[in-house]
Write a protein that binds this ligand. Sequence first.
Ligand SMILES: Nc1nc2c(c(=O)[nH]1)N[C@H]1C(S)=C(S)[C@@H](COP(=O)(O)OP(=O)(O)OC[C@H]3O[C@@H](n4cnc5c(N)ncnc54)[C@H](O)[C@@H]3O)O[C@H]1N2
Ligand code: PPV
Length: 166
Amino acid sequence: MSGAGRYTIGVLTLSDKGSRGEREDESGRIVREMVAGLGEVTRYQVIPDEEELIVRTLVEWADRDGLDLILTTGGTGLTPRDVTPEATARVIEREVPGMAEAMRMASLQKTPHAMLSRAMAGVRRHSLIINLPGSPKGVRENLEVVLPALEHGLAKLKGDPSECAR
Ligand SMILES: Nc1nc2c(c(=O)[nH]1)N[C@H]1C(S)=C(S)[C@@H](COP(=O)(O)OP(=O)(O)OC[C@H]3O[C@@H](n4cnc5c(N)ncnc54)[C@H](O)[C@@H]3O)O[C@H]1N2
Ligand SMILES: O=P(O)(O)OP(=O)(O)O
């Protein structure tokens, strides 16, 4: 089977305004467009920046639905309601720090504000969860950094036994 359409993907937008219908979810749309070649977006929701709700949704998508990849957008910064990293830390079993490090490192070439994102990445069961910032520009600039490693990472997560060096 080719890479296209191989993985199940969830896109979770964390936005108070978006959840109230006060702002169009442009960032979620960008994520969906950018991952189209990797698989099918089978779950998509816009929910408020509420830690318990984020935890519950991530756990459901990972444990009940068994999604391969879950991408969140929003709530990674410093405002009191930015709690996506806290929720993600409660859910993941194995952190993948290199993904968040790479996103911040590359993003610092674009804006010093990149260091304000506390985005995390990690694995729960067979799901890879990656936080992205909230702004459409931030989403694009961060996701394009990790996208080239996702196909390989998701294959390994599914148990691909092939030798990486070959
Ligand atoms: N490579 C980049 N990395 C980062 C950027 C960037 O421009 N390029 N921005 C940095 C900034 S600034 C901050 S602060 C941090 C953390 O951002 P957050 O995850 O906390 O973002 P939010 O507060 O949730 O949203 C910020 C801003 O973006 C707009 N917004 C948010 N959600 C949506 C949405 N679903 N659709 C459309 N627009 C949205 C809105 O104006 C919010 O006020 O990240 C750095 N990283
Ligand atoms: O409404 P949100 O949660 O998207 O965030 P902000 O208050 O930063 O616009």
